[in-house]
Design a protein around this ligand. Sequence first.
Ligand SMILES: Cc1cc2nc3c(=O)[nH]c(=O)nc-3n(C[C@H](O)[C@H](O)[C@H](O)COP(=O)(O)O)c2cc1C
Length: 256
Amino acid sequence: MQKAYLVYFSATSTTKKVVRKIAEGTGIKDIQEIDFTLPQNRDGSNLNIEEEALVIFGAPVYGGRVQINAEEYLKQFKGKGQPAVCVAVYGNRDFDDALVEMIDTVTEGGFSPIAAAGFIGEHSFATPDANIANGRPDADDNAIALAFGKKISEKLAVNDITAPEPRGNRPYTELSQAPKFGSAKTEACTLCLDCVTVCPTGAIDDNADCNPDKCIKCFACIKVCPNGSRVFEAPFLAGARERLSQIPRREPELFV
Ligand SMILES: Cc1cc2nc3c(=O)[nH]c(=O)nc-3n(C[C@H](O)[C@H](O)[C@H](O)COP(=O)(O)O)c2cc1C
């Protein structure tokens, strides 16, 4: 295989890092990225993949499922039977049903999954004080991603197109109704609007105010803010951080 597409949603860049490492491991040099994180990249113009290529799909896990904006857009991609890899990146709790969901979605879209993996990325809720997979993917994860990429190439080389069988429930666990909260600016905000440029749902306006109805709580705005002036003051957050930071380190799971 001479070409690979990386098709991903990645609000805080961990999914992007993982799929890029996997692609590097395949040894394929001609890589085309379709990063559909931002709303302007979900305009429908990039949905048909016609070339012969390996297609690596990546999305973060939210509530044990594929993040919903990512899932809605993934559903619209159309392939021509190309071999595909499904990668779910999660914050060290679990990927639950996200991999079976992604496999079903891309299969429906005309791709042929030959491998899947659950990788760990720094949790969106992590802080320097609440260590929830902080700094991941790290060097060990990267080595596993490279080796996974190599295995995929070996599978392609012998035309082995058996489908991966990751764990997960069908029907998928219902998405729980997330409480509506948005990030907020504090007095230190200089209105640089870096937060606006990274928001995957266009939830932040030109006054740096966030619409809670649109906010997906990805924390991209908080992580990008150059002077730490954005906050997210939801009552559930402290308990979630406490709970999540107790979970022992998990390792990537490969299905190939
Ligand atoms: C609202 C929300 C829900 C999440 N749900 C889960 C989950 O169910 N399991 C888990 O392990 N991580 C969960 N995470 C953490 C993300 O999956 C993790 O931070 C991932 O690395 C984000 O990917 P990205 O950097 O590509 O955006 C959640 C994060 C957010 C913001």
